[in-house]
Write a protein that binds this ligand. Sequence first.
Ligand code: GTP
Ligand code: SPV
Ligand code: MN
Length: 593
Amino acid sequence: MIKNKILRDWIEEINTLCQPKEIVIWHGNEEQYQTIADQEVSSGKAIRLNPELRPNSLLYRSDPSDVARVEKRTFISTKKEENAGPTNNWISSDELKPIMLDLYSGSMRGRTMYVIPFSMGPVGLEMSRLGVEITDSAYVALNMQIMTRTGDEVTELINNGQSFVKCLHSVGYPLQAGMEDPKWPCAPIEKKYISHFPEENMIWSYGSGYGGNALLGKKCLALRIASSMAQKEGWLAEHMLILKLTNPENEVKYITGAFPSACGKTNLAMINPSIDGWKAETIGDDIAWMHIKDDGKMYAINPEAGFFGVAPGTSKKSNPNAIAAVSKDTIFTNVALTDDGDVWWKDLSKEAPDHLIDWHGNDWYKGDESRPDHPNARFTSPLTNCPILAENYEEPVPISAILFGGRRPTTIPLVHQSFDFEHGIFLGSIMGSEITAATIDENIGKVRRDPFAMLPFIGYNISDYINHWQSMKEKTTEDLLPKIFYVNWFRKDEDGFLWPGFGDNIRVLKWILERTENKENYQTSPIGYLPSLDYFDLSNLDISQDKIDELLKVDKDVWLDEIKSIENYYHIYGDHLPRVLKKELSNLKKRFI
Ligand code: GTP
Ligand code: SPV
Ligand code: MN
């Protein structure tokens, strides 16, 4: 039972504002999940997949206009514009609140309002943070059950006085009497608002039912609001996977990796190593919260309880662990349906089935020009479904290395190490990547700078964010901080990707972990330490020397252009270019001359 007065009052306030037909409190148990799932199936909103092939699993098809995060409609609302900074859409709360209150007024008419208490991070852990999402979407409720720790256990903590982030969500499609409810209700793009009020620890999301726009524990709380909390409290909330690695000598190390959306975090988090003797175990695939503890080391936790992973490209060959994770208890969104009631997406098998129902619900025949799945089709599965989940996945783990990466078809070598922590911050700041289907954008495929893979997720001013990273150095000593690397699985020549990627990325990880032990396995270049080929494990890999040379090439002319491009890009900081970036850019230039 909810006893906390702040929460009770807030529920009453939203009930009056949004006028739902009923209120359902989420208890976080299996029975409630199944009841809601059955209702969704009988109303035709969800399809139950063949229980013999895909037990306890659902398929949803979204509205074609509502298929990914919408960065243009994502706002950081603070009193002063400078607190949101040059990379965020800012609206003053005085201006935004009346607009959104007007939209929320009666917005849940004819719908059930779910009240979902949740914990990001294990329930009761000091690093964890609580939220309550009020939503009129059963899809959101079901997904939150998988993605977070929800229900009575969390209500109990709130009853005991723990603070929580108020997360309000409405799909923005009130039902008047006699109106038919579409299968995926949502509002048109210009009425969508994904708004964050970091000064009040509050999130208001309106008009979208998809992923990070609607599952408010994820990008909205665990990244945008948490990054702002972290800045005030001295820790880091990052868009990073967490991976546990055991080498053939049985030594365990942990790494994190920040790659932009749809650039390989889930895949690396579940890597199936292609070289003998190495063991990889998953801890997290999207978000890491990191703190420096009393021993001076940086520790990470995964605040999530599930995977909201990209389906296309996932196969037994590329990611057998993800295939196992989605074998049951999974919600699929915007994948294709097979004739026997199972799912299909691009690359799941070499050959597509002869006939499918596509993500619009229409017949699709092999050879058709259109794609049967959406490029940002996703699966929602519990962490515990992953066969290589580390047994200590709920404990903070010490991080030896941080990887930055992205999709860069040129310029950036397969791997290089920063000279030190501050140079590592520079590498994070210049990250670039091709824009992917994980966001609705007309420029998909174009390279944009995506610092720390956090461009869409920093909840405050990017200058302050860079300075905050630098402040980690004051909390400990350089030798105890994680070593920083920049990787690029996506360099191309005219035949496509130069590097096989996936399981073979272990070769790069092996080199990285040896670097954290200060092994003399490197050569120095102007951009950082590169692998020395004598110490780079290419055993049993069919790849030509030309391709390896190309993968590790640091071309002076190309880099002089890159430096110009960075200088130009740094103009976004205006007068607030952090000193560390100024210094590192100047050092980089000097090393090339
Ligand atoms: P978000 O969930 O959006 O944050 O994405 P993510 O970073 O977890 O990306 P994910 O691992 O889901 O990969 C996205 C796409 O990149 C998939 O289609 C993968 O098949 C592809 N991919 C991942 N790793 C590699 C790799 O090493 N090489 C190549 N060529 N493709 C990869
Ligand atoms: C991303 O876009 O980085 C995701 C998917 O992880 S979503 O939760 O929709 O933001
Ligand atoms: Mn992500």
